[in-house]
Design a protein around this ligand. Structure first.
Ligand code: GTP
Ligand code: K
Ligand code: MG
Length: 368
């Protein structure tokens, strides 16, 4: 039996099994089994098939990358071409785009790389079509645009999400607050700082036993944690990426239908063809990328607002700022003066390398 067939078999059994007290051990086992099988698809032992492969993994430029994922002919290339000014073939025929097509769009002074990708179909992460290569590229992006055609069934959204999830991508999620520590003896002990509403001790033990962890301390600090969250922590190779749902072709629907679309979380309705609401999409993209612009102020001169240094939130200390200009600057710095949201006073604050900067701060580096 192939891995794909084995996965199908476990999924069928899960669907047949009702969740209750008597079945939770069994369900826990099945969830762990499924994750282990899926891992074989993400990293095939025979090599090949896992990574982007030739032609798929393009050179990365700019400060962040956005990957376009969706079924064929939803309008990925139309949007990418107009957004970046880079040509990517458009046609009503499915599977027009056959490989990664990169382009760049500048937003608030930051060059953002846009990756137009081939369309994927259901079963993509099991190796159908070029789906695996497409999803492998998506795994490396800072943001995923899931492009949907509003004229197609909304169930398509769920299918695309499942394809990405099956490949270890977690969308608009943070890593579950669960720790699992292996030990030499003493069996399994479970502590929880929140009530266990979606997982019970049997399920936890079943998951651990499936991973041959008979001695371990498990601490659950996440409300609503599930067996899938526990599996994610044990598997460890999950990638947490923000996603926006781009609901394309709104030129072809009524205002009433459009109102309903606005209720979908993380979504932006647009028409790539008629350039409707694309400005809102660009603004949402900017917010979701969570970038920090920092302006440099040389001694005695006004800040240079034309060329911000762009940093990623969570990696935006004065030291990160220095390193992104030149690797020697941090060593030469005596202190920095910061103006803006991260500074305590309007007249500026003297800070060191570990000071965390905010968007649109102005920084002066004073050298030794
Ligand atoms: N009405 C309407 N049609 C659109 C819109 N955007 C794209 N299209 C049409 O949809 C068809 C497919 O567009 P593409 O940009 O090639 O779609 P794609 O997702 O890149 O397709 P593949 O590369 O084959 O996966 C073309 O006929 C486009 O003209 C839109 O906003 N409104
Ligand atoms: K197409
Ligand atoms: Mg295309």
């Amino acid at each position: 039996m192939t891995t794909v067939q084995k996965i199908k078999e476990v999924e069928d059994e899960m669907n047949r099994t009702q969740k209750n007290k008597a079945t939770s051990y069994h369900l826990g086992q099945l969830k762990a089994k499924l994750a282990k099988l899926r891992r074989e698809l993400i990293n095939p032992s025979g090599g090949g098939g896992g990574g982007g492969g030739p032609g798929f993994d393009v050179a990365r430029t700019g400060i962040a990358s956005v990957g376009f994922v969706g079924f064929p002919s939803v309008g990925k290339s139309t949007l990418m071409s107009k957004l970046t000014g880079t040509h990517s073939e458009v046609s009503e025929i499915e599977f027009t785009t056959l490989t990664t097509v990169p382009g760049t769009v500048k937003v608030h002074g930051a060059p953002i790389q846009i990756l137009d990708l081939p369309g994927i179909i259901e079963g993509a992460n099991d190796g159908r079509g070029r789906g695996r290569q497409v999803i492998a590229v998506a795994r490396t992006c800072h943001l995923i645009f899931i492009i949907l055609d509003v004229l197609k069934p909304l169930g398509d959204k769920k299918i695309i999400e499942q394809e990405l999830e099956g490949f270890g991508i977690r969308l608009n999620k943070t890593p579950p607050n669960i720790t699992v520590r292996k030990k030499d003896k003493g069996g399994v002990s479970i502590t929880n700082t929140v009530p266990l509403t979606n997982i019970d001790h049997d399920e936890i033990k079943a998951v651990l036993s499936e991973y041959k962890m008979s001695n371990a301390d498990v601490a659950i600090r996440q409300a609503g944690a599930t067996a899938d969250d526990l599996v994610d922590i044990i598997e460890g190779n999950r990638i947490y990426i923000p996603a926006l749902y781009v609901l394309n072709k709104i030129d072809a629907i009524s205002i009433e239908e459009l109102d309903l679309l606005y209720k979908i979380p993380y979504s932006v309705p647009v028409s790539s063809k008629d350039w409707l609401n694309v400005d809102e999409l660009i603004e949402k993209m900017w917010e979701t990328l969570n970038l920090v612009r920092v302006y440099t102020k040389p001694r005695g001169l006004a800040p240079d607002y034309s060329q911000p240094v762009i940093l990623h939130r969570g990696k935006c200390t004065v030291e990160d700022f220095c390193s992104s200009i030149h690797k020697e600057i941090a060593k030469q710095m005596k202190y920095a003066i910061v103006w803006g949201a991260s500074a305590k006073h309007a007249r500026g604050q003297k800070v060191g390398l570990d000071h965390v900067l905010e968007d649109e701060d102005v920084v002066h580096i004073s050298k030794k």
